[in-house]
Design a binder for this molecule. Structure first.
Ligand SMILES: Cc1ncc(COP(=O)(O)O)c(C=O)c1O
Length: 404
């Protein structure tokens, strides 16, 4: 269970490790390969040449440069939202959003498999935090019903979902308690997707605030690549969306999209925004450029889907039982093997066959569901996929049988 830091030569599809071994990299979340795209590099270099390397201050002081404002406008349009707000990472964006909007007396309901950053954010908010079983709504409905009956309140949707204005504090009885439904759109360790229309219906029914973490959906799903909210046609029903630039966008940074009053509340109350320096201008330029590339060309997201299908079909034909995919093709394929040692053994087996893939163990996943997570990139070759299929099939015949 001991984790160690190790070095790889680059963040591309083929890497060399510290011991000089060349490996196919199935650990990168740069699903579209944008972290190595020439236009991305050019945008970053141009921003550095024009604006230097750092922002120099927090967004609220003097760290907000025209390139930040441009990236926020581009991103808000991409997400069909009124406004967007840049933060240093997806982790801090989740922390900023939930701690600014929720507080003691509020209820945050999370899908059981939500990302750790959402769980940490919910806990840090001081609200009551409850989980509901993955991809289900029965318990969620009961939780919302109970909070609703205990806190008869005016219709909070009337005021930008009641989200403008102060964060609730223990001594504050001025605003009605809020209810939040929080989910990942694409679940990072299982590669499956939320049923956002069902969750949005419940949010509407119980005047709850709908918050969606689109870390793994942004850039991949929907007609224009804006994410699962677009693909499931709920853009107007989700109040707060959090994206990260660290996955398909090939950079770093968190982006919250919401109505302007909600963004204003976050700007005024989110400590992870107020007390940290604005992202460097080059990162903002990368976000702006990535969105432009994603909107201009659907080919990379189609390519990564083809590769994903090739890998899924190949693994299944070798006897692997995969987590069912549902309607959307997600370039995250977990090979669930059970115990932590089995996941480490499978990762080592793949490593010996020239493939870099990460063993995922508790506490990231629940005990008994350890796995090796394969993530795919549009700039991989068919032959890379076939090598994994071959290597993993060898493991099927080994001493540890895969199971789900
Ligand atoms: C679902 C989800 N949300 C948030 C994050 C955090 O994003 P970032 O790496 O930009 O901090 C990640 C990944 O790290 C993630 O998988």
């Amino acid at each position: 269970m001991l984790r160690r830091l190790h070095l790889v030569s680059s963040a591309g599809p083929i890497v060399t490790t510290g011991d000089g071994k060349q490996l196919l990299n199935f650990t990168s979340n740069s699903y579209l390969g944008l972290n190595e795209h020439p236009a991305m590099k050019a945008a970053v270099v141009a921003a550095v040449n024009e604006l230097g390397t750092g922002s120099g201050a927090s967004l609220l002081v003097s760290g907000r440069l025209p390139i930040h404002a441009k990236a926020e406008r581009t991103f808000a349009r991409f997400k069909h939202a009124q406004a967007a707000l840049l933060l240093p990472s997806g982790y801090t964006a989740n922390l900023a959003a939930l701690t600014a909007l929720a507080g003691p007396g509020d209820l945050i309901c999370l899908d059981k498999l939500c990302h750790a950053s959402l769980i940490d954010a919910a806990r840090a908010s001081g609200a009551e935090v409850r989980t509901f079983p993955h991809l289900t709504t029965d318990k969620l409905q009961r939780l919302l019903q109970r909070h609703n009956s205990a806190n008869a309140s005016p219709n909070i949707s009337a005021n930008a979902c009641g989200l403008a204005g102060d964060r609730r504090s223990p001594s504050d009885n001025a605003r009605p308690p809020r209810r939040f439904i929080v989910t990942d759109s694409v679940f990072s360790m299982d590669g499956d997707t939320a049923d956002l229309p069902a969750l949005c219906d419940l949010a509407q029914q119980f005047d709850a605030v709908m918050v969606v973490d689109e870390a793994h959906g942004t850039g991949l799903l929907g007609e224009t690549g804006s994410g699962l909210c677009e693909a499931q046609n709920v853009l107007g029903k989700v109040h707060v969306t959090i994206s990260t630039a660290s996955k398909a966008l090939g950079g770093l940074g968190g982006i919250i999209t919401a109505a302007q009053p909600i963004i204003d509340t976050i700007v005024n109350h989110a400590r992870p925004l107020i007390y940290t320096t604005a992202i460097p201008p080059a990162q903002a330029a990368a976000i702006d450029q990535a969105v432009t590339l994603i909107q201009a060309d659907p080919a990379p997201r189609q390519r990564v889907q083809q590769l994903t299908l090739r890998l899924r079909n190949g693994l299944k034909s070798q006897g692997w039982k995969l987590i069912p995919q549902g309607e959307f093709i997600i370039p995250i394929i977990p090979l669930v093997v059970g115990e932590a040692q089995a996941a480490v053994a499978l990762a080592e087996h793949l490593y010996a066959h020239g493939i870099l893939a990460a063993p995922i163990r508790p506490p990231t996943v629940s005990p008994g569901s350890s796995r090796v997570r394969l993530s795919l990139r549009a700039d991989m070759q068919d032959d890379h996929i076939d090598r994994v299929i071959q290597a993993a099939s060898g493991f099927c015949d080994g001493p540890i049988q895969p199971k789900h």
